[in-house]
Design a protein around this ligand. Sequence first.
Ligand SMILES: [Fe+2]
Length: 287
Amino acid sequence: MLRVDCHLHPNFPFFLPEFFVRRHAEKLWATFRKRKLDAVFVAEHAFKHPFRSYRTLLKYRPKGATTQIIPAVEALTREGIDMIVFSKDMYVYTQRDIITPYRLTIKQLVSRVQKDRRLHGVIPHPFAPSDSGILRHYSEAIARKDETILRFVEKYNASLTALEQFLSTLHLTRVLRQLSLSARNTTRLPVRLIPRGLTFLGGSDAHHVWDMGSCLVIHGPKPRTYADAFRTITSPRYKRTFVWRNHRHPLLSMISDGITAFREHLMRKWKLYGVDLLPSQTLARQS
Ligand SMILES: [Fe+2]
């Protein structure tokens, strides 16, 4: 059995001195251990230093840590849709057009990933109540088609579970019906959006350590090496389930998420980002 968080944002405070960055990395590694995660997709937003985030986590990996980290990015398409692209090694971080926010349309990005055997992709949270969900822009038929091309589907996403918990505790699910439905469809993708034969992924989509812990469980043999783990995660062979972790303080989770979402909104709006690229010669030298 393998516990995997296929969608995590390290959310490093790179604007602070290195001491705080190191402390943040240590907290992340401690949480990977506490939540017994065998693997984590380091899927930072394209506009928030995805490669630097991965590199920082590697740099501060504690001795004896057993969690494998998988290079990924939550790419941002020209329409503003999120799509996670990942690879077995750091190859994804050498791809300028993928790492650059707003460069490719979702159609171009999907076909780009389809054509490159070293890349894999998945469209997260199609029903997200924001521009980042594909269904804000395109029909369910188009979303299904793109998912089929990619062969992966994000069936579970825990980003709105605090909101769901909050709405149900206050009996607001009827009053805020639309919001509550978007949250439910984000948490568990409806069957009509899951074409047959695709491989399920799922993750916490957490931006803070206190929101981590929900993860995909792959019912396969415990992998011995990184290569084994990657093969198991991308293989359609094994049964998959998901474990949910309840928020201890849903309101506090919502407030911290709201602050982070606002900061990310400003970063996108004011283009407060660079292109965080790994030169391909460096990757070639390392392998
Ligand atoms: Fe995300």
